[in-house]
Design a protein around this ligand. Sequence first.
Ligand code: AMP
Ligand code: MG
Length: 397
Amino acid sequence: MISVEEALEKVLSYVQVLDEDVHSHIDVPPLDNAAMDGYAIKAEDALGATPSSPVFLDVIGEVSAGAIAEKAIEWGTAIRIMTGAPLPKGADSVVRFEDTDEALLRSNRSPLTQIGVLCQIPKGKDVRRAGEDIARGELVLKKGTPLRPQEVGVLASLGKATAWVIRRPEVAILATGDELMDIGQPLPEGKIYNSNSFSIAAQVLRYGGIPKMLGIARDRFGDIEDKIKEALSSDMLITSGGVSVGDYDLVKDVLAKQGEISFWTVRMKPGKPLAFGAIRGVPHLGLPGNPVSSMINFELFARPAILKMMGKKKLAKPSVEAIMESSIQNSDGRRIFARAMVRREGERYFARLTGPQGSGILTSMARANGLVIVPEDVKVVKNGEVVQALMLDWSEE
Ligand code: AMP
Ligand code: MG
C-alpha cells in the first residue's frame, strides 16, 4: 500500500502548466486627460475666484474625447473640454462646468468667447494622469493569474488581442460496469443507475474543468477500448469502476495493454483501489466504482490535478480543527475520511458523522459538508476529541 501523499505526488508530477507574463506596451491612459466635463485651464489663473468675483478667461477652443486640442493654454485662457479628452498643452487642471458661469451665459451668448471661473481649484484637479492606471513596461498580469471579468478588461485596455492562457482542462468521464443503466431509462432487475458519471461531472465543473461524458462501457475489453479512444483528445480521462480485483474489473487490463498504468492500493478508507496512468499522453485516473469512494478519491487526487492544470498553486482543500461529536473506529490502519457535518459555533467547529459510512451510501455524502480525517496510526477517535476536517464546502444545516 502507498500513502495518500505518495499517490497525490505521482498524479501531480504528470501535470504541466503553460501561460505568460503580460507587460504593457503603452501607458493607460495614454495621455493626461479630463476626468470631468469643463474647461482646461492653468489652476493659478483661478486663484482667488469666487462666485461674487469670478476670474474671466478667454475661451480659445474646444476639445472632445478622441481629439487633440489645436491650441495650447496660455495665461488667461481656457479650452472647453469633455471627459476623456486629452488635456491641451499648457493646461494643468480642469474646472467643471458647474464651477463656471457657463450655464448662465450659454443662453444669451454663443459661441462663448469668455468664461467666468467661480472658484479656485488645486493644480491637477480633475485630470487623469497618463499611465496612472498602467505605466508603459509595467508587469500588469503575472502568469497564473485567473482571468476574471476584470482581468479580461485590463487585457483589452492594453489593446492585447490575444493572450496565452491555460484553457480549462477537458476531462473525459467514463463509467464502466455491466450493471449500469443510463438515467432516464426504466430500471431492469439486476441493474443500478450510473450515478458516478454525474457526481464526477459535477465535481469537474465545480473545480473549473469541462466534463466530456463518454457514457457507460460494458465490462468487455473491446467496449472499454473503443470508449477510451474518445478520450484521446481530452486533457484527462477519469474512469470509474473496474480497477479492483473482481473478475470483470477490466479497465486495468485495457490500460495495461494500451498505455501505462499503475494500480495502487492507497492506505485510505474509503477509496483504497486507485489506478493512475497515461494513454497516449492523456493522464488517466481510474477511480473505484463505489460512489462514495469515487467522489472522495476525486476530491483527493483529481481535484488537485485539475487545479494544477489551470496554473493554481494552492492545491490543498481547506481544513479546520473540529471537536468530534461522534466516535470513529479505525480497524485496519488506513487513513479514514469520514463523512461529517461540520458546524461553527463562535470560534469553534464541531463535527458529527452524517450516517452509515459504507462506500456505497451516497446519501451520507450528500448530508456531509466535510470529511473528518482519522490518521493511519489512530485506532479510535472518541467523542470530544479534536480532529482535522477537510471541508467539501461551507454549507451548514
Ligand atoms: P467496481 O469498482 O467496478 O467493482 O464497482 C464497485 C461498486 O460500485 C459496485 O457495487 C458497482 O455496482 C458500483 N458502481 C460502479 N460504477 C458505478 C457507477 N457508475 N454508478 C454507481 N455505482 C457504480
Ligand atoms: Mg465494475
